[in-house]
Design a protein around this ligand. Structure first.
Ligand code: FES
Ligand SMILES: [Fe+2]
Length: 416
């Protein structure tokens, strides 16, 4: 993902990586070892681009939200010129955290300890009680890299982050019609999942578990069919749904970019591609990823018709989004420890939509709330299993777990 980290690997971890069997789940230490977790933080979380949140959460200057990447708290705000900023939430006086709240609105950032006061771009404005010759210009809040693309905000804690442009080009092109820049958060739910962040990704990268665990999800989507079990009838149904959609979408500039059963392939470990987006058809009778397939909010963005399938985006190591004609659902992972992951799920609707009149949380949320919570339970159960002394990595299905295998290969590549 990023420039190679030049700190040499401790030999114990080098041996662990060398022992990892190809085509199999990770060895147990990858999911629970503290030193390995620190390596993940260094080589994955402090190297790549992280999804932080949505532009609509910091619409006006002074709006901010905070997020915690392992030990590091970051303030994401908009300065008075409208520029999004990502600042380390660490006072340059004696290191106090500045913003405790998860979100808010401020004119300036004021440290609660001795009231050093910073502008929204991080510049130190006042340091009351300090000697006159204090060089304020050297004591601004440390900033991190930030990019806004199609209403999505990404940050990087790396000193030299990887090139963002290819991700920007793809996400901006596919997400533009969804209108995230003109959206609002209808609801966000935070979860603390007692599982290593990689177990959460592995779960996300296959639909092998969908039939047994996601009764609502499989009604709407084709992902759970694969090369071994997509019957001719299923293939015909999917081809028909796609060709109908393609004919209809051509006029509006939308395109089906995933036409096979099974999940689109991601990530591309060999080419180190950490971002992807596609649009795919929903099962007949579904215009939205809702419990009954019916629209649950007004059309979003540029959509003039509710038959737009689903837009799907994902970026490693911490973001995926499924969006229908009427709402989008974003998921963000943040690591808090070897066996703990903070997860936020957002439901977004058009900014003009009014709760109770245009949409109802009771109809908007269950599809992805159930699917997400079913997944968190699966991940926690797997964490408890892999912690056992009896655990040995089992083999992946080449029909159904090709993306999990690709994720593992991508991940191991980041560590080396
Ligand atoms: S630690 Fe922030 S003002 Fe002293
Ligand atoms: Fe799942």
């Amino acid at each position: 993902m990023g420039p190679a980290n030049d700190i040499p690997l401790p030999s114990r971890l080098r041996d662990l990586i060398a022992r990892q069997p190809a085509g199999h789940c990770l060895l147990g230490e990858f999911y629970s070892d503290e030193e390995l977790y620190q390596l993940d933080c260094q080589r994955v979380w402090r190297t790549g681009w992280l999804f932080a949140g949505h532009s609509c959460e910091i619409l006006n200057p002074g709006d901010y939200f905070t997020l915690q990447v392992d030990t590091d708290s970051i303030i994401v705000t908009r300065d008075k010129n409208g520029q999004a900023r990502a600042l380390h939430n660490v006072c340059r006086h004696r290191g106090s955290m500045i913003c405790d709240a998860p979100e808010g609105q401020v004119k300036r950032l004021v440290c609660p300890y001795h009231r050093w006061t910073y502008d929204l771009d991080g510049t130190l404005l006042h340091a009351p009680g300090m000697q006159e010759d204090l060089d304020k210009s050297a004591l601004g809040l440390k900033s991190t890299h930030i990019r806004e693309t199609a209403g999505l905000i990404f940050i990087s804690l790396a000193s030299r982050p990887p090139d963002f442009e290819p991700a920007h080009d793809l996400l901006a092109a596919l997400a533009k019609p969804q209108g995230f820049c003109r959206a609002k958060v209808a609801k966000a739910v935070d979860y603390l999942v007692k599982a290593n962040w990689k177990l959460v990704w592995e779960n996300n990268r296959e639909c092998y578990h969908c039939n047994a665990n996601h009764p609502q999800y499989i009604k709407a989507n084709f992902d759970h069919y694969n090369a071994d079990d997509a019957t001719p009838r299923i293939r015909e149904q999917m081809a028909a749904a796609i060709s109908r959609s393609e004919a209809k979408w051509a006029a509006s500039g939308l395109a089906v970019s995933h036409k096979q059963t099974g999940m689109t392939t991601f990530p591309d470990a060999e080419r180190n591609i950490w971002y992807s987006a596609n649009r795919t058809a929903l099962v007949d009778g579904f215009v939205s990823e809702s419990m009954d397939g019916a629209q649950v909010a007004p059309l979003m963005g540029d959509y003039a018709d509710n038959d737009v399938g689903t837009l799907r985006m994902r970026t490693l190591p911490n973001f995926w989004n499924h969006s229908s004609c009427d709402h989008g659902v974003s998921t963000r992972l943040l690591p808090l420890g070897p066996e703990l992951t903070a997860i936020r799920v957002w439901w977004l609707v058009d900014q003009a939509a009014v709760e109770g009149k245009d949409y109802d949380l009771g109809k908007l949320m269950p599809f992805w709330q159930l699917t997400s919570e079913q997944d968190w339970e699966i991940c926690e159960r797997q964490q408890r299993g892999v912690n056992s002394h009896a655990y040995v990595p089992g083999p992946y299905s080449s029909y159904k777990e090709y993306n999990v295998d690709a994720f593992i290969r991508w991940y191991l590549r980041q560590l080396r």
